[in-house]
Write a protein that binds this ligand. Structure first.
Ligand code: ADP
Ligand code: MG
Length: 628
């Protein structure tokens, strides 16, 4: 009998299958069952269009038969079957595999990845078997064929007498190896477990002879074993079940089974929409961010099913970037089984579903914020940054969707608050929503710039995430109230103080301009501070870029050296001020020393590094030496 060779690519894939010890071998069963189910689907579709064929429900099931004695596992179906040519084409070439086409962009480099995430279909059989035999007779065909392969060396095909249409796949299960227990794939209860785990929602019955025991008919207490064919899958996918039938645990199990994450989801949503567009979805908000979540490697997306059949494992089109953390699946009867990725992008139905889903996620999160604050804070801890990026990205295109989901630490409430809550507490005369940016709440608390606003009794939001200030700049205002940094030059607080400082500014004009010049371009101005109460100095920013933003920007890889226009603010009520005045009149060199010291102090308070720490300490020593 002639032996035919596999295509080069197929051979490589096969090698990977045979040698993959790190994957879950059990997925082979999912693949073979899914193929059997596809084959029955095909007959079903034919029956819909061809009067000569009737679909007799009772004939269409998938049978699993372990045989320990012969070490075989047989999976059979009465589906559409394969002709000789189809066997050659479908089982000898991976190019035919629809599921692999989805994976093209990643190539077939990493075997584990493909097998784990998607399954490579039929070839998965070689993960557990050293001989694979396929006996099949196609619909409309009189002759059956037997295809057989022992792995990479190739395969044989010969005519075979098969009575009924359909396919039978016989796996000669491998002997146990050090790393892998293959015996398990001959154990009834283990097979049942695998079917439950991966194929519970297959639409056709999966049947197996199950061993049971019953009391002997005589009066003894003994039992006898007997076998009975049982359907071992429930056939109803969880998303098609009634919500009232399901417990939190069911949803958690599904989350685990599907490998959506290793954590316990914070929330699940079960959506059944039965309008002009029909779909079911189960979505989850995870508790923890996956390790690669904030990296470019992270791939967002939901599983997409067409009437119970998985057509895509990560459909990115279903999720906006700002909700990329959501896991789950969508099943719609209105989507075609053979839809390609390119077509999906333009699919109108899918767009409607995506929009709908976005709304549901948003209202779910808002509900959580309102009614389950602890949970929401947990959520925000993990994914808040993504929400903030969402506000910032695309020039704020989604800011209105997201602004009510933001929470920040509040100086007065001492906890995280929403913008709505902040605004609702604002006294009538308060013009702005104040914020202060810094590394941590503790550091912000000590910032001199917060003094005036805090003294007024106004609430300050603490921005500790790098993205915060950028996002807020895009947001611009909330409910008509503009955001204002406590470091900004115009705080909009006291008219009187404003006037007073103007007058003082005039008075000390010469002093300040001397200080400014001596700092040689490090600051754009030296001014009388309106906000400082007890501290001597601080920095503020005159332009659009704040000092905090400068820090963030300079830490970026493609740093363009964008600098804040720094203004050195001096507290004229502070006891250092007379010293400055005296130095200005008597000893200009001393004033230069003081200016430099104050500037560096202000830099340190801001958490910025100073240019020349050695010069700074030398300056300090000079002052100490003089103060004898
Ligand atoms: P996919 O299912 O993604 O197409 P597979 O590698 O699982 O890829 O299967 C390859 C092809 O082999 C299928 O597309 C189908 O044409 C054929 N095939 C596999 N198993 C069966 C079966 N039980 N009955 C009929 N055809 C089958
Ligand atoms: Mg398949």
């Amino acid at each position: 009998m002639e032996k035919k060779a596999f295509q080069a690519e197929s051979k490589r894939l096969l090698e990977m299958m045979i040698n993959s010890i790190y994957t879950k071998h059990e997925v082979f069963l999912r693949e073979l069952i899914s193929n059997a189910s596809d084959a029955i689907d095909k007959i079903y579709y034919r029956a819909l269009t061809d009067d000569a064929i009737t679909f007799d429900q009772s004939k269409y099931y998938i049978k699993i038969e372990p045989d320990k004695k012969n070490r075989t596992l047989t999976i059979s179906d009465a589906g559409i079957g394969m002709t000789k040519e189809e066997m050659e084409e479908n089982l000898g070439t991976i190019a035919q595999s629809g599921s692999l086409a989805f994976k093209k962009e990643n190539e077939i480099k990493d075997g584990h990845d493909i097998i784990g995430q998607f399954g490579v279909g039929f070839y998965a059989a070689f993960m557990v078997a050293d001989v694979v035999t396929v006996i099949s007779k196609a619909l409309d065909s009189d002759q059956g064929y037997k295809w057989q392969s022992e792995g990479t060396e190739g395969y044989t095909i010969e005519p075979y007498d098969k009575q009924d249409t359909g396919t039978e796949i016989i796996l000669k299960i491998r002997e146990n190896e050090e790393e892998v227990d293959f015996d398990q794939f001959l154990e009834e209860h283990r097979l049942q477990e695998i079917v439950k785990k991966y194929s519970d929602f297959i639409r056709y019955p999966i049947r197996m002879n199950v061993t049971k025991s019953k009391p002997k008919e005589d009066d003894s207490d003994e039992y006898v074993d007997f076998t009975e064919e049982e359907t071992i899958n429930s056939m109803v996918p969880i998303w098609k079940k009634n919500k009232s039938e399901l417990t939190d645990e069911d949803y958690e199990n599904f989350y685990r089974e599907k490998n959506y994450g290793f954590d316990k989801p914070l929330k699940h949503m079960h959506i059944n929409v039965d309008g002009t567009i029909r779909y079911n979805a189960i979505l989850y908000i995870p508790e923890n961010a996956p390790f690669d979540f904030y990296s470019a490697e992270y791939e967002k997306g939901l599983e997409l099913y067409s009437n119970g059949v998985l057509i895509m494992s990560k459909c990115a089109e279903l999720l906006p970037d700002h909700f990329s953390f959501v896991k789950g699946m969508v099943d719609s009867e209105d989507l075609s089984l053979n839809i390609s990725r390119e077509m999906l992008q333009h699919d109108r139905q899918l767009k409607v579903i995506a929009k709908n889903i976005q709304k549901k996620i948003k209202s779910q999160l808002e509900g959580m914020l309102k009614n389950e604050r602890d949970k929401y804070e947990k959520f925000f801890q993990a994914f808040g940054r993504q929400i903030k990026f969402g506000v910032y990205n695309e020039f704020g295109a989604n800011k209105d969707v997201l602004k009510d989901l933001l929470i920040f630490y509040s100086s007065t409430e001492k906890k995280l608050v929403s913008l709505k809550e902040y605004v609702s507490r604002m006294p009538e005369e308060q013009k702005y929503i104040y914020y202060a940016a810094g590394e941590s709440n503790e550091k912000i608390e000590r910032l001199p710039q917060t003094e005036l606003v805090a003294d007024k009794g106004y609430e300050i939001l603490y921005f500790t995430d790098e993205i915060d200030e950028f996002a807020i700049r895009i947001l611009m205002d909330y409910d008509g109230k503009e955001f204002k940094s406590v470091s900004s030059s115009d705080l909009g607080i006291d008219e009187d103080e404003e006037k007073e400082s103007k007058e003082q500014e005039e008075e000390h004009k010469a002093l300040f301009s001397y200080m400014k010049d001596s700092l040689k371009g490090k600051v754009t101005d030296v001014v009388v501070s309106k906000r400082l109460k007890s501290h001597p100095v601080c920095l503020s920013a005159a332009g659009d870029v704040s000092v905090e933003m400068e820090k963030v920007l300079s830490a970026m890889p493609n740093n363009q050296n964008i600098q804040a226009d720094k203004v050195l603010e001096i507290n004229t009520d502070h006891e250092i001020f007379p010293s400055l005045q005296r130095a200005f009149e008597e000893d200009k060199e001393k004033l230069e020393l003081y200016a430099s010291l104050l500037y560096n102090q202000a830099m340190l308070i801001e958490g910025l590094s100073i240019e020349d720490p050695v010069a700074f300490t030398n300056d300090m020593c000079k002052v100490m030496a003089e103060a004898k």
